[in-house]
Design a protein around this ligand. Structure first.
Ligand SMILES: Nc1ncnc2c1ncn2[C@@H]1O[C@H](COP(=O)(O)OS(=O)(=O)O)[C@@H](OP(=O)(O)O)[C@H]1O
Ligand SMILES: Nc1ncnc2c1ncn2[C@@H]1O[C@H](COP(=O)(O)OP(=O)(O)O)[C@@H](O)[C@H]1O
Length: 288
């Protein structure tokens, strides 16, 4: 493969193989499937056809040829390597020509993860839903990932031992990262008691895109609320390893937002949610 090829043009100026109009601007990324092979390219020139009704493709840089199994088969200026990530061997990252910025422009917002951490009963879920409601009313796309809810499905194999909580948090981080990449404002609401696990999720996202919100509510207040009766059961020894009672909660040190119990002007869930919404506005997340 020399880096230059031809493809038959479809009706008019539209090439069904490329799904491009010949008049459209040159894409920065794309792929072309030919004879069960995949050609990945970063630079492409399309010249309008002559009377032979053919499009001429000039594939300029970063060419990777791979067969249907994804193994590299040809040469290019920059062959991508197969990787091993965890237990996944011989894998290769595939790019798509629709990029995060394209999705941001479509939605007129920037994807991010609002990470709400705090004790059981501190008001995480209530604030998460209030924030989702406010942003929805402003025409912004959000999705709430709630600790209790994900334990009904994705995380139902996990308990509350430290390593299970760590895995729970890691999965939240990975799912939140996908939502943010999709352009969605993802609101994660989970106890996430360990600083190291929260920081690992922060590190998964681009600078600024992980916004930690600490529900700074004293244990005695959460315990007095006890909406599910869990503190009572934990005090009675009927639940072991309950956060704040006989399991640790590591207070955040560098949260972007602290929602302190009893703070004047920010004591109701809606006022707290408004504070987060203002942060998003001030930091450019509500426009592309
Ligand atoms: N041992 C123990 N400790 C803490 N919480 C417990 C426990 N057992 C059950 N629950 C209920 O599970 C909810 C917390 O789940 P999370 O996924 O947010 O926890 S964690 O982030 O993995 O620590 C938590 O929900 P919230 O009250 O909304 O925080 C409880 O309802
Ligand atoms: N800012 C607040 N002030 C007073 N009560 C609140 C506030 N936020 C939540 N609550 C109440 O506290 C209880 C626990 O709230 P919830 O959102 O379920 O907490 P978490 O998700 O952290 O367990 C609920 O009964 C809720 O109505």
């Amino acid at each position: 493969m020399s880096g230059t090829g031809t493809a038959s043009a479809g009706a008019g100026n539209f090439c069904p193989l490329l799904r491009l109009k010949t008049t459209s601007r040159i894409p920065k990324l794309g792929f072309l499937k030919l004879n069960h092979s995949l050609i990945t390219f970063r630079s492409l020139q399309i010249k309008a056809s002559d009377s032979s009704n053919h499009l001429r493709l000039n594939v300029a840089h970063d060419v990777t040829l791979s067969n249907a199994n994804g193994h590299a088969t040809g040469s290019g200026t920059n062959l991508k390597q197969l990787s091993t990530i965890g237990n996944s061997t011989n894998i290769q990252w595939h790019n798509c020509s629709v990029l995060k910025d394209d999705r941001h422009r479509l939605l007129d917002q920037k994807g991010c993860v609002i990470w709400i951490t705090g004790l059981s009963g501190s008001g995480k879920s209530t604030v998460a839903c209030a924030l989702s409601r406010i942003l929805h009313q402003w025409g912004k796309l959000t999705y709430v990932l709630d600790g209790d809810n994900l334990r009904h499905g994705l995380n139902k194999d996990l308990g509350f031992k430290a390593q299970d909580r760590a895995e729970n948090i890691r999965r939240f981080g990975e799912v939140g990262k996908l939502f943010a990449d999709a352009g969605v404002i993802c609101i994660a609401s989970l106890i996430s008691p360990y600083r190291r696990d929260r920081d690992a999720c922060r590190a998964m996202l681009a600078n600024g895109d992980f916004i930690e919100v600490f529900m700074d509510v004293p244990l005695h207040v959460c315990e007095a609320r006890d909406p599910k009766g869990l503190y009572k059961l934990a005090r009675a020894g009927k639940i072991k390893g309950f956060t704040g009672i006989d399991d640790p909660y590591e207070t955040p040190i560098h949260s972007e937002i602290v929602l302190k119990h009893g703070e004047p002007c920010a004591s109701s869930p809606v006022e707290m949610a408004e504070k987060i919404a203002v942060y998003l506005e001030n930091n450019g997340y509500l426009h592309a």
